[in-house]
Design a protein around this ligand. Sequence first.
Ligand code: G3H
Length: 487
Amino acid sequence: NGEMLPWTGQISEVFSPICVKTKDGLKRKRIGSYPVCTEKESMEALDAAVKAYDNGRGEWPTMSVADRIACVERFTQKMIEKKDIVVKLIMWEIGKSYADSVKEFDRTVEYIYATIDALKDIDRDSSRFQIEQGIIAQIRRSPLGVVLCMGPFNYPLNETFTTLIPALIMGNTLLFKPPKHGTLLHYPLLEAFRTSFPKGVVNTIYGRGNKIVPQLMQSGKINVLTLIGSSRVADELKKLHPRVNRLRAILGLDAKNAAIITKDADLDLAVSETVLGSLSFNGQRCTALKIIYVHRSIAQEFLKRLSGEVAKLKYGMPWEKGVALTPLPEVNKPAYLTECLEDAKTFGAKVINEHGGETKESFFYPAIVYPVNAQMKLYREEQFGPVIPVVPFDDLEEPIEYLIDSSHGQQVSIFSNNAAVVSSLIDPLVNQVSRVNVNSQCQRGPDTFPFTGRKDSAEGTLSVVDALRSFSIRSLVATKNTDKNKK
Ligand code: G3H
């Protein structure tokens, strides 16, 4: 409710994935701490959001679009002033390279301004009247109520703001819980929120989601749940809502994006895009390529070139120039990835690149695993880390069948120089996933493009215009077209 509360409850320590020497050996560096909200405090934050919305009568939901835009612009200016510290915190908290942390920040600012421009267009349309069947109609976009907003650790600023900002600017009030890895970096922005928006519009709560979020859902006072995270968590939270059928959910969830490399592909391009797609930010992207289908006739050559390119990647500390591979923030991730590699070996696969799968401190050296088959964890599970499972195929029906059987449906990449082959794949694939990439890795951007997924991969659509639509309703003012009304 626009107040910084004293720390009353438990304190959560924050450790960086970056290790430092201690008397007990190399250990993750402690970089800060934050207060964990008590149940009472998080319910008070919810009540503040409910009160600020006031059933749509509050200052914020009734404010003109121009004034709401002015508040967001003011916030953005203050956010830009904090760039240096926010970028450093992204780097320290999640181990993202300095260059990519800067990109994350800049991309977020660009996203906010693109959202403002898109809202101006929507608002211009809303001021027009249309006359049909004796009705003068004005179509507006109105807010939905109280939004619970939770972002992911891999884009703790950017992906959080791709839901938070559109939800906010459409006139909703917010309860916002930063991700577990990526909490501290939001701290410098709290003051900007506090001084840019009316009281109770943005309420930030801290703590473990499984402890403080269930009661918020059970209250029935959340109108929109927005989460970028796992489908399991999203399903569990939705179930807690007493009127789940009335809850709007805007979700970005699990994915297991595949690449299909046909025998007539440009191999150098397929290799470089596979490296980017599978290993950018150590493979910790929902859009990452998480399984590679390669035609058996070119598999050996592909693996040779892929191993060569992976070997060239520099790994080191996030601030080092040109670094590509950095420490992993999730403490249990190296053990999980090692378990996946062991499992794959049991079923006949090998790690084919030198050093693949070696761990040191919180680093995990990328592993290329071949030949992967349906018995292995890596075939279906979303590894979300630097492991590249490669499956040889003889017939294009095999990867198509894989995608049809999959519980995920975000994106796919096709690599081929044969236009007829590409065309023959697009139709069957576009009905399995929400984006088919041709001769390119999978990715979310450009951010003005619709971003969604089928099956367990998403609910609702994000991107600039789609997000504004997702966090609002189209409402109508309809006036009977009589002579008197015309005046
Ligand atoms: O982690 C999921 C993000 O939406 C990925 O975004 O494709 O721009 O890296 P990106």
